[in-house]
Design a protein around this ligand. Sequence first.
Ligand SMILES: NC(=O)c1ccc[n+]([C@@H]2O[C@H](COP(=O)([O-])OP(=O)(O)OC[C@H]3O[C@@H](n4cnc5c(N)ncnc54)[C@H](OP(=O)(O)O)[C@@H]3O)[C@@H](O)[C@H]2O)c1
Length: 349
Amino acid sequence: MRYENLGRSNIKVSNICLGTMTWGQQNTEAEAWEQMDYAVASGINFFDTAELYPVPRKAETQGLTEAYIGSWLEARGGRDKVILGTKVVGRGDGDWFRPFSDTTRLNREQITYALEQSLRRLKTDYVDLYQLHWPDRPINLFADSRGYVHREAPDSIPLEETLQVLGDLVTQGKIRHVGVSNETSWGVMKALHHSETAKLPRVQSVQNAYNLLNRLYEQGLAEISAREGVSLLAYSPLGGGALSGKYLGGVLPTGSRQQLFPGFASRYQGTAVEQAIGKYKRLAEDHGLTVVQLAQKFVDSRPFVTSSIIGATTLSQLQENIAAFEVPWTPELETGVNRIHLENPDPAP
Ligand SMILES: NC(=O)c1ccc[n+]([C@@H]2O[C@H](COP(=O)([O-])OP(=O)(O)OC[C@H]3O[C@@H](n4cnc5c(N)ncnc54)[C@H](OP(=O)(O)O)[C@@H]3O)[C@@H](O)[C@H]2O)c1
């Protein structure tokens, strides 16, 4: 395991971060505890969660993931040994998140409420990294195409105002550092500008999708990571499981994400995605690897990635994924993935 600073903070995080978003939906509390025990025994010191989890999001299960982490922390102790990241939802229509509002927004009232609820569920009095799950302004990241569609929202909460709230929570000791997620180059640079000019918390990390099927982070954001010292926390390194190759051939394994929640995983479905995965699988096999090993190690070997946020629904998947990071990355693999990327660029934007 490698440990690197989170952004320009003095927090050291493992290069593998344990994703949690299946706990409370696909996974029970006992399975979540088993995963946390195994992860910590393997040297992982970084967990990623969110007030929204588990997914797919719904009122009946919301908060269960944080509650499972809280019960584990209470039973196992050692809160200071774990770097805990959670998130507050951005602008949205989930009417179950706040008792006083039918919509979610990144304003003072809502962020303060959300954090109190997360701390209560997590059974802790601080989180190490508090992330904005997505912005308050309309963004273009979950679009059906790569084209940019500009949408104005004059009532958007200005980023500066949101950062002021987060700054107060840092002063109160409830959060140590601040991060963003599903963010664009403009958003990250704007946040850095505010932190420098108005003495607001510096954004230490960006949590965006990044994997062999979606390398869009390299168009702008990677340079920001390198020059500004902002860590990429890469989510979905296996493209939600698609990069295991198990969906090739059209038979959806029972109990898998694509079989259980087709709409939720649609980004990682379709002909273009399958073509690219087929090529990556052949490349892996030509080098004596599995495509899981190739996909995990590709993300891990990028200099702008501080931690890969992995996910698993079984202990054996978790074991396979953690072990994949031991594979050496070679110039031949680098050439091979770049060739396929040129031929099949970002089929899952
Ligand atoms: N900020 C955000 O908006 C955002 C979005 C997504 C994720 N995240 C974070 O990132 C974490 C990881 O995301 P992800 O779950 O999409 O990551 P992923 O690693 O791309 O996919 C994980 C899923 O793939 C399948 N899988 C994992 N290992 C496998 C293996 N070795 N062989 C075959 N199938 C395997 C499992 O699903 P099945 O068993 O169901 O097939 C597992 O749940 C989340 O838990 C969350 O913490 C954040």
